[in-house]
Design a protein around this ligand. Sequence first.
Ligand code: EPZ
Length: 427
Amino acid sequence: MEKLVIHGGRPLHGEVKISGAKNAALPLMAATLLTPGKHRLRNVPNLRDTRTFIRLLEYLGVKSERVGDTLSLDTTNLSSAEAPYDLVKTMRASVLVLGPLVARLGQARVSLPGGCAIGARPIDFHIMGLERLGATCHLEGGYVDLKCERALRGEVIYFDIPTVTGTENLLMAASLAEGTTVLKNAAKEPEIGNLVDMLTGMGAKIEGRGTDSLIIHGVKHLQPADCEVIPDRIEAGTYLLAIVATGGSGSVSHCRPDHLPSLLEKLRLAGVNVTETRDTITVGWNETGEGGKQLKGVNIKTMPYPGYPTDLQAQFMALMTQCSGSCVVNETIFENRFMHVAELHRMGANIKIDGHSARVEGLGMGGLKGAPVMATDLRASSSLVIAGLSASGRTDISRIYHLERGYENLVDKLTKLGAKVWKEDEQ
Ligand code: EPZ
């Protein structure tokens, strides 16, 4: 296994180009299963998770070809309706094939993803919704077996919690159902809008884009897709937080500032100078005059979009370890998303967890000290990268395969910003 070595304490400067969104590319790739034909997806990031999803699609009979960031998928002949455990256990987003397979083939057999480091992450809302549309569900041997002898039928479906992939699965299935489906308390993340745009381009009839009430009028057939993956708002937010945490100034380009309303507001409240154009965000410092840069402590509470994103919680906490005051981080989406705290403690951070909240006592800019730490999940590991970049001395982050799931060309992009970072074998 490899580790990431960082010599921290160097302010980051410059511009980094943001890649396509992992959490948009995965549902778009799943949606190609809805109809036979040759599909083209542009701006697809080359990540461990997108490569795993391509392997899953090929297992189902899809032919794929990648040229640069354009992915061509030929879904003419599907040879299976099963997503096997050895693929699903490495990437829970595999459950996104449930909806399209049931809609197109009348059946789907997907391994239950099992829990992950950040929580149990059940898929009961996905199954409830597909059963409402007429599928029958049978759980056995760790697999969920869905069958539907006739076409799916439109229904009103209410989500207790606005589930992102649950909304995506039901959007895809309802596109080919007979009649009208209404998804109530649907998720509103930008990745859902990207999927609505792709489905609409394929001939689906969907109203309510961007709202928590989506109305889908089923159609008999869809056309192959040709669409673009939106920029990755979580990658963009991660780099902005890294630049600020090192006391640097710089920009993220090819991004969507309007997809990060809560983070930009929190950075401004912390005293960071944030400016935006249509596709670029720049962060810097209002010279405080009192010598040196100071960050105010700012509280965050993770919420469904457009609230503060849970996928940027760990990264914001890494920044706040250096504030000149204190703050409270409240995680409301997942039950175990503070795995980064114990690792940040190893770097000198002063954080106390109390249930779903963590109180951070800031150390001031440059207060962390480098140390060997361990990545536990994708976003916790990016929090440790931010901490290592800002800390004095050397930080070694082990198990960086977590990072490679969601950050394309991480070492190149950080090096371009002036970081001293490289990969090494863990031995
Ligand atoms: C998506 O996961 C993202 N993954 C996650 O990003 C993200 O953290 C999450 O949404 C929340 O924004 C992808 O899009 C591939 P949910 P998802 O269903 O859809 C509960 C990353 O780092 N729930 O919106 O699995 C669930 O336990 C990943 O890129 C049920 O109880 O999340 C959670 O508490 C991590 N039953 C809440 O709802 C269900 O059937 C929100 O989960 C479904 C969800």
